[in-house]
Design a protein around this ligand. Structure first.
Ligand code: T6T
Length: 411
């Protein structure tokens, strides 16, 4: 090994320690390169970046597995949608990848093939969508179809759109269901997917006004999700009652433009109209960041020491609001209604930081989405344009009832 190559390797390993950015090692004797997976990586993105072809993701997977068979420093990739930070994988040279694709991917045929391949693109990594994924996988197992799941790291149309494009570009998905993260910004990307010949429906959130029968946007086959106006109404009626029908309340929300949380805010405000002695002192938007929600809540509690209650419109809004109340030493005094039944929310319900938890039914949403996709591909033409999935309201009185606890979301 020449002195120059040795120095180069030393510099590279020092860099690897210093800055955990993606460092592709120099080409190996096979022309390809070893690569250590970093945050926000997924195989089709790496295939696009290093081989200029998203479809080469399978070559990366298979050739990495071939190397792993004799060298356990390489990761074993069982599901192309699931790679982990820190995994060493092998990115073949363009020739190697071309050769591999031309030879036809051995793994495609036997193992993974289901009757149909249905794609699921969630909104963000959170217990609500993990539970939805469980419902989808249950339906897939029951129906003998395959689901391909992508869950973005953060809630943003600029993050979700390229993932959607990559899922469509795979060319092997027969159907797609997704939670569009913005009701306007995601219209065009979904239209593009539809025009590329991938039939789709939306779960949890909608585009346009959600009326896919008569609204401004009608091409999605169905909208499967909660009645979120009703959810907001349930939440803030309970909050109003919890503070005795008088005083100040505050809403912790995500960001405008999200169909679900916009409607929860709308439903909350509508409910408060029936309580003339209650004042809504304001709404804050936390970008789906619990730390931001917590800081905003603490600032409001400073400004409004006589605040009576808070409505947290989703997982991270309620989590931040609850933590803010705890940090202010007002647990149990300031009433909190939490939307979404995470284990954190249930824990806070038990220690009286939170007074009521509204559980959606994400498992059912995922299950119905695969069911409808399979039915559509089997030729069913009357897929309902709207499938509402209801709620379970959880209190300290019913939280231990198994018929209720089953609605607590998966981690
Ligand atoms: O509340 C759910 C979902 O319904 C909403 O659209 C976005 O936030 C959650 O995923 C929870 O974080």
């Amino acid at each position: 090994m020449t002195k120059r190559l040795f120095n180069l390797l030393v510099i590279i390993s020092l860099l690897a320690i210093a800055a955990p950015v993606a460092i592709a090692a120099p080409p190996t004797q096979d022309g390809g390169q070893d690569y250590v997976v970093v945050k926000d990586d997924w195989l089709s993105k790496l295939a696009d970046k290093y081989l200029g072809n998203v479809l080469a993701y399978n070559a990366i997977m298979e050739l990495t597995n071939q190397k792993a068979a004799t060298d356990n420093s390489y990761a074993e990739i069982s599901n192309p949608d699931l790679i982990e930070v820190g995994w060493k994988i092998y990115i073949p040279s363009a020739d190697e990848a071309q050769e591999f694709i031309a030879a036809g991917a051995p793994s495609e045929a036997p193992a993974a093939a289901g009757k149909y391949k249905i794609g699921f693109l969630a909104g963000v990594q959170d217990p609500f969508y993990f539970t939805m994924e469980r419902g989808a996988r249950q339906a897939a197992a029951d129906l003998g179809v395959e689901v391909v799941v992508q869950i973005p790291d953060n809630w943003n149309a600029t993050v979700q759109t390229p993932i959607l494009d990559a899922m469509v570009a795979r060319g092997d998905l027969d159907f797609l269901f997704l939670a569009p993260v913005d009701k306007e910004a995601m219209v065009a990307p979904l239209q593009k997917a539809q025009d590329a010949g991938v039939p789709l429906l939306t779960v949890d959130t909608f585009i346009g006004d959600g009326d896919y029968a008569n609204g401004p946007v009608t091409f999605p086959l169905s909208y499967i999700g909660s009645d979120n106006v009703e959810g907001g109404r349930i939440g803030c009626t309970a909050l109003a009652e919890a503070i005795g029908g008088q005083g100040k309340v505050y809403i912790q929300n995500v960001k405008p433009g999200i169909s679900t949380t916009d409607q929860r805010e709308e439903g909350c405000k509508a409910a408060l109209e029936s309580y003339p002695d209650i004042t809504l002192i304001g709404v804050d938007y936390n970008d789906d960041d619990p730390a931001k929600a917590q800081a905003q809540t603490q600032a409001v509690l400073q400004r409004e020491p006589d605040l009576g209650g808070i409505f947290g419109t989703n997982v991270y809004s309620a989590q931040g609001a609850g933590q803010g109340v705890i940090n202010a030493g007002l647990s149990g005094e300031v009433k909190v209604v939490a939307f979404d039944a995470t284990e954190f929310a249930i824990e806070k319900l038990r220690d009286e930081t939170v007074d009521l938890v509204i559980a959606q039914k994400p498992f059912d949403m995922g299950y119905f989405a695969v069911l409808m996709g399979n039915a559509y591909l089997d030729g069913v033409t009357s897929i309902p344009k709207r499938i509402p999935t209801g709620y379970q309201v959880i209190t300290r009185d019913n939280v231990d009832d198994p018929g209720v606890a089953r609605f607590i979301y998966t981690k």
